[in-house]
Ligand binder design. Structure first.
Ligand code: HXC
Length: 258
């Protein structure tokens, strides 16, 4: 696949994307984010992929945006380039489910990248933080928004204003991560969750993801209406006939994603 800062592997219907820039703890330099956007475009376009896992190394999921690259940039540089949303928003716009498997540091833009995935499975070694304030800036890719929605005002303020890192146990307690697992099995656990998801009806999975995402973007009444429309739409799929038929026949369903 020819990437410099990523590895992409297939595990059946799951694509595993590994950030691989060890000399900078996977700091998200421009070249890495361009490659990540490209890799996510490719997984979206490939019908044989049902879900994606995004991970880093045992030491760092990603230690943030690349500080050496940012240091010389002026306001006009970052404003005109729309740094950094244009390239980083890709994970949050994937239609297929994407799970972040986080070990070690997920800081600044690294935490924001993990939060822009659909769920985070954390290793016991995971550490999350928004240390931007220590650099004289503030989070710029969801660290004030997705974090506040995920953990509430007080915890978000604590992390954003003090730059304090939290460990995996605290991250699970406050609802930032879905599960905490032993560090040695975090990738396996994420691949196994992704494989399970990929085996379900693809249209049902995508409608479910789209509906949960609505909860963060609209009012309850609108969200309920959207969910109900999606729910009704699911009754038009072959997979609904198969799923319910298999239950009644006491056999395993075989979804054809139609
Ligand atoms: C560039 C980085 C980096 C980063 C680490 N490195 N983080 N380079 N950008 N964000 C480099 C170090 O310079 C060092 O390079 C090498 O990686 C190893 O890091 P060390 O600091 O030596 O490791 P350690 O002592 O174990 O400390 C780990 C750490 C620390 C606690 C994670 O590296 C750290 O605090 N990093 C910065 C975290 C941060 O502030 N992130 C937020 C960035 S701002 P050399 O060449 O010396 O070996 C951000 C804004 C996003 O993300 C906004 C989006 C719009």
């Amino acid at each position: 696949d020819g990437y410099e800062h990523l590895r992409v592997e297939r595990h059946g219907p799951v694509a595993l994307i590994t950030l691989d820039r060890p000399k900078a703890l996977n700091a998200l330099c421009d070249a890495l984010t361009v490659e990540l956007t490209h890799a996510l475009d490719a997984t979206e376009a490939d019908d044989s992929i049902g879900a994606v896992v995004l991970t880093g190394s045992a030491k760092a999921f990603a230690a943030g945006a690349d500080i050496a690259e940012m240091q010389p940039k002026s306001f006009t540089d970052v404003y005109l380039a729309d740094f950094i949303t244009s390239s980083w928003e890709r994970a949050s716009t994937t239609r297929k489910p994407i799970i972040a498997a986080v070990a070690g540091y997920a800081l600044g833009g690294g935490a924001e990248l993990a939060m822009s995935c659909d769920m985070i499975i954390a290793a016991e070694s995971a550490k999350f933080g928004q240390p931007e304030i220590t650099l004289g800036i503030l989070p710029g890719a969801g660290g004030t928004q997705r974090l506040a929605r995920a953990v509430g005002k007080s915890k978000a303020m604590d992390m954003v204003l003090t730059g304090r890192m939290i460990d995996a146990e605290e991250a699970e307690r406050i609802g930032l991560v879905a599960r905490v697992v032993p560090s040695s099995s975090v990738i396996d656990e994420a691949i196994s969750a992704a494989t399970k998801i990929a085996g379900f009806s693809r249209p049902a999975v995508l409608m479910a993801k789209e509906s949960v995402d609505r909860a963060f973007e609209t009012t309850l009444a609108e969200g309920m209406r959207f969910e109900r429309r999606m729910f009704h739409a699911a009754f038009a799929t072959e997979d609904k006939t198969e799923g319910m038929g298999a239950f009644l026949d006491k056999r395993k369903p075989s979804f054809n994603h139609r």
